[in-house]
Design a protein around this ligand. Structure first.
Ligand SMILES: NC(=O)c1ccc[n+]([C@@H]2O[C@H](COP(=O)([O-])OP(=O)(O)OC[C@H]3O[C@@H](n4cnc5c(N)ncnc54)[C@H](O)[C@@H]3O)[C@@H](O)[C@H]2O)c1
Length: 299
């Protein structure tokens, strides 16, 4: 496996392109937005500089990584020589199904088609192609160059040899693969999102303030980030949409999103990317403080 095409040059796509190119693969990074492609290459260069500053890479390595990434605007051109396509486009079912319909037409025979989706069923994505046995989930974690895990998701029809190849590939990237089956939320989000939702319910019901909830989970459970801070980092809109997938997929009330989360998303308080969620963030600064509404519970 030599040629990797990555569809979507957003938060995840630039990280996925970075790690493949760093391990010597030829990468074609594809996005419909030229501005996103330009921004992605800048982000990759900045992240490589960070690795150089930590003595993890040399200037020479950086040059090699950047040279191995080609940017392209059209899927057909970008996947024509691909051994593996990793789709990391916007988390929207219609967008992803359209991409996979097109990939089925234009990707070479024998090419493995992977999706980085957080919540959309791999079996549903595979079913729009005539090669469902070659479709698999490769769920990288954010930020991709730093996080060790790749959750590998077997669709209902995924061939065992395709899974085996992806496990080997993950190891080549110095990541740790964990293989799971295709049910709503897979494992990572099925367990993480109810925890985040419960933290939001605790805040909503006035059990404790935002800082107290996060501090309890950080110091009491040795989590590196509290659940509210993590929700802000992921994006509250993303959390809400994953909870809706869990709720619809299992039909159980325990997955129903907290009304406070729904309100915050409706009002545009989406977390870090919006400047405010459970915390307030100042652009260009690492400082953040609990949003005034979520200061300690009044008795
Ligand atoms: N952000 C996270 O923390 C995270 C973590 C794990 C998995 N994911 C998953 O990764 C995927 C990408 O998420 P993201 O946060 O990088 O999104 P993003 O919004 O940052 O980037 C998505 C990119 O896809 C591009 N795009 C949309 N339609 C396209 C098309 N038809 N062809 C080519 N490019 C197209 C957009 O222009 C955009 O640049 C989603 O499926 C998401 O669920 C995200």
């Amino acid at each position: 496996m030599k040629n990797i095409s990555v569809i979507g040059a957003g938060t995840m796509g630039n990280g996925i392109a970075h790690v493949f190119a760093q391990k010597g693969f030829s990468v074609c990074l594809i996005d419909t937005s030229a501005a996103q492609l330009e921004k992605a290459m800048k982000t990759i260069a900045t992240n490589l500089d960070r690795q150089i500053a930590r003595n993890l890479l040399t200037e020479e390595d950086k040059k090699g990584v950047l040279q191995r990434i080609r940017t392209v605007g059209a899927v057909a051109e970008g996947v024509s020589a691909a051994d593996l396509v990793v789709e990391a486009a916007t988390e929207n079912t219609e967008i992803k199904l359209n991409i996979f319909r097109q990939l089925d037409e234009v990707a070479p025979r024998g090419c493995i088609l992977a999706s980085n989706t957080s919540s959309i069923s791999i079996s549903t994505i595979a079913a729009v192609t005539k090669r469902p046995s070659a479709v698999i989930g490769l769920h990288f974690m954010n930020p991709v160059p730093v996080m060790k895990l790749i959750e590998i998701i077997n669709g209902y029809a995924t061939d065992a040899d395709v899974t085996r190849q992806m496990v080997e590939l993950a190891k080549k990237l110095d990541k740790v693969p964990c293989v799971v089956n295709d049910y709503p939320g897979f494992i990572a989000n099925r367990i993480l999102m109810p925890m985040i939702n419960e933290a939001i319910y605790s805040l909503y019901e006035g059990v404790a303030g935002g800082s107290e909830i996060d501090t309890i989970m950080k110091l009491g459970m040795a989590h590196p980030m509290g659940p509210l801070q993590l929700a802000d980092f992921i994006g509250l809109d993303v959390c809400l949409s994953i909870l809706r997938v869990l709720h619809a997929g299992f039909g159980q009330p325990k997955y129903a999103p907290c009304p406070l989360l729904v309100n915050m998303v409706t009002a545009g308080y989406l977390g870090v990317k919006a400047g405010e969620g459970f915390y307030r963030y100042v652009a260009g600064s690492k400082e953040f403080v609990v949003s005034q509404r979520f200061t300690p519970a009044e008795r």
